[in-house]
Design a protein around this ligand. Structure first.
Ligand SMILES: CC(C)(COP(=O)(O)OP(=O)(O)OC[C@H]1O[C@@H](n2cnc3c(N)ncnc32)[C@H](O)[C@@H]1OP(=O)(O)O)[C@@H](O)C(=O)NCCC(=O)NCCS
Length: 161
């Protein structure tokens, strides 16, 4: 039986970080995510662990928008449980949690070539409203960024002459 609980423990966040494993998902950023990053993100969203007969099988999160009663939904079903109807069975649970938090509209992003996810979301009643191209530009190397950050902090601590 599927059950949902709010993530609260280090164990919960460790599991979410594990789900981000590139083998598990087809997100835009296919990289491992650390426990520290996941717990930091957890401050700004509602993370839920999905279990089947007390065994964790996935996670979803509701990320509130700054304005309005809207939230972005993210969802990962553990690889070994994908294709077994979990996401399909999950919608009433997600909608219930979202309504309880006061959200009136959910958004999500999915890769154009992620046919399974698009199919699952369409079937759940999501309609496609835009196709975007994400772009990036590295403007500082990691070491440089860190040095600049440290420098800025250091300067803030300096007394003006
Ligand atoms: C996308 C995801 C959430 C779907 O969850 P799931 O529990 O595996 O989905 P379900 O088993 O409920 O449904 C899968 C559906 O896809 C269909 N499907 C399977 N392979 C397919 C394919 N190659 N093309 C289109 N549809 C396909 C199945 O037939 C089923 O549809 P049906 O119920 O109408 O027959 C899950 O696979 C997942 O977490 N993937 C990794 C993370 C991810 O990519 N998340 C989405 C980011 S936006």
């Amino acid at each position: 039986m599927i059950s949902i609980k709010l993530a609260t423990t280090i164990g919960d966040y460790t599991y979410i970080a594990y789900l981000y494993n590139p083998g598990n998902n087809k997100f835009l950023i296919r990289k491992k995510v650390s426990l520290a990053e996941i717990t930091e993100e957890g401050k700004y969203r509602f993370d839920y662990i999905i279990s089947n007969n007390s065994q964790p099988i996935g996670w979803f999160a509701l990320m509130p928008w700054k304005i309005g009663k809207k939230a972005t939904l993210v969802l990962i079903i553990d690889r070994k449980n994908q294709g077994k109807g979990v996401a399909t069975a999950l919608w009433p649970h997600i909608i219930k949690k979202a309504k309880k938090k006061g959200f009136t509209k959910l958004f999500l992003e999915v890769l154009v070539d992620h046919e399974v996810a698009r199919h699952v979301y369409r079937k759940a009643g999501f309609r496609e409203i835009a196709t975007v191209v994400k772009m990036e530009k590295i403007i500082a190397k990691r070491g440089q960024r860190d040095r600049e950050k440290t420098g800025r902090l250091f300067n803030l601590g300096q007394k003006k002459a």
